[in-house]
Each structure stands twice: as C-alpha cells, then as structure tokens.
Design a protein around this ligand. Structure first.
Ligand SMILES: [Zn+2]
Length: 271
C-alpha cells in the first residue's frame, strides 16, 4: 500500500468497506505515514460532521422489500454486481502474504485456556478488527470521546519508543460499559510498518470492575525510579492482555505479542 493507494482508497476505508486483510494492509501503511494518517483523520471527522448535520430520510417500507427482491433475482440469474474497483487496487501478492499471516494466527488461536471475563472480552473486541470511527492525532481522539465515555480518554503515549503509532479509535464496550477502543499499529521504530501487529487499548470507567489476572508490580519513572504500579496480565486465544487502573480509569492493553513484550510496552508508556 502506497500513499497514492491511500488517497484513492480513503473513502471505502473510512466507510468500513474493507475486509480484515485489506484493513490490516491499509493500516500498516497509516502507522508508518503521518501524511496519510492526517488525511484519514480529516476524512473521518469530515464525514462524521456531515452525518451529524444531514437527516437520514425515511424510505417507504415497501422500497426495501422491492430492492431485496431485485437483488435476490440478480443473484439467482448470476448477474450480480462486479467487485468494486478498489478491491483490485491492492496487489494480490500483498494480500496473499497477509492472508497467510492471518491464517497462521487463526491456527494458533485454537488452543484456548479459561481466562477472566474482562480478558476474554478485551480479546474478542480486539479480534474483530473493526474500522476506526475517528482517526488522526491524540487530540482528535480525546475530544471525539468527550460525552461518549464517562471518563476522560487520554491515549497512552506508547509511541514514545517510536514503535507503536496511534491509528485511531472507536467507541466499544467492556464489562457492560462504554469504553474507548484505541488502535495502535506496531512499526519497526524508523516509522516504517512492522507487519500486521496491532495493540488495542481500552479506556473505561473502572468503578466496580475487578481487574483480574496474574499480578505484576512494575516500577515506573525514568530508569524505574518512580512509583510502584500494579499490572494484571491474562491470556486468551493466543493474545495477551495487560490491565491497570489509574485514578479510577481502567486501561486494558490487548495484543498478539507475548505477555513479557506487552508488559515492557505498557511500562514504557507509564514512564
Ligand atoms: Zn502515506
């Protein structure tokens, strides 16, 4: 995926028309390209504000039936629509490589162990790979979440190590409450995409939510000179989850990287 591809495909991406493989390829580029992240951020906010201002017309109820009937007929006759143009824009070889990675990932996800409900739920939401609802900068995400999540959403700066880049966020839920779901992509540290690794961070009101898992204590602050912080770790479907609480706000980091690597990443963001 190149900058030219992003310019061409930004609309179907923002409208959530990509499948998982296409989205992963697209977001791998976004992680390494600030210009394209800003373009996607601009388009998401533009569409959201347009949507908020335009009233959706109520179609007559019989129209839906007529359209569905016509589509069924077209399918039965074998003259349904051709795949959209943008589907042919991503080179097939790139898709095949990513499909292989996704298949591998599905293969390893079969060995499941019982985990706590919050860990299971965090991983389920991470695995869905839904498109982001707001793109761009930390400021964008923070202001978009005001009024949607009952606690202030401050995206953790896990890109301090220049490896994880905030791609965007969406409204999700965790333990029966609204949660901000922040999407980060892992890069190779030089701003280039580093494969399809993604970190999902949930930010939620932790009031009355027990954080369960193996307890780890890490020291925060430069060189570990600061305060002790309790982290809880869990695993489910080949994914690691690290949970912690900060002034009543819960954070759940979810990724397909190993638990030690994820703890290192979380500790760095607390520094
Ligand atoms: Zn680009």
């Amino acid at each position: 995926v190149t900058c030219a591809d992003v310019e061409k495909l930004v609309h179907p991406y923002v409208d959530g028309e990509f499948d998982t493989v296409e989205r992963v390829a697209f977001e791998a580029h976004l992680a390494g390209c600030r210009t394209c992240r800003e373009l996607v951020g601009f388009q998401t906010s533009f569409k959201a504000s347009l949507r908020a201002r335009v009233r959706r017309p109520e179609p007559p109820p019989e129209l839906r039936g007529r359209i569905l009937g016509a589509l069924d007929q077209a399918d039965a006759a074998g003259d349904g629509p051709a795949p959209p143009l943008w589907r042919r824009a991503i080179p097939l070889t790139a898709l095949a490589a990513i499909a292989a990675a996704v298949a591998l990932f599905v293969g390893t996800s079969l060995s499941s162990r019982a985990a706590s409900p919050i860990v299971e739920e965090a991983v389920r939401g991470h695995e869905k790979h839904l498109p982001v609802e707001v793109g761009g900068t930390e400021e964008n995400v923070k202001s978009w979440m005001v009024g949607k999540v009952s606690v202030p959403v401050r995206p953790p700066r896990i890109d301090r190590s220049a490896r994880a880049v905030l791609v965007g966020a969406r409204l999700h839920h965790l333990r029966n409450r609204d949660a901000a779901q922040l999407v980060y992509r892992i890069t190779d540290g030089q701003g280039r995409p580093g494969g399809d690794a993604q970190v999902t961070v949930y930010v939620f009101d932790a009031e009355g939510v027990p954080l369960e898992g193996r307890r780890q204590v890490v020291m925060t602050g430069r060189g570990g000179a600061g305060a002790a912080r309790e982290l809880y770790t869990g695993e489910s479907h080949g994914h690691s989850v690290v949970l912690y609480r900060d002034r009543g706000v819960g954070y759940a980091f979810t990724s397909d990287m190993g638990p030690e690597e994820l703890i290192r990443l979380v500790s760095a963001s607390l520094d």
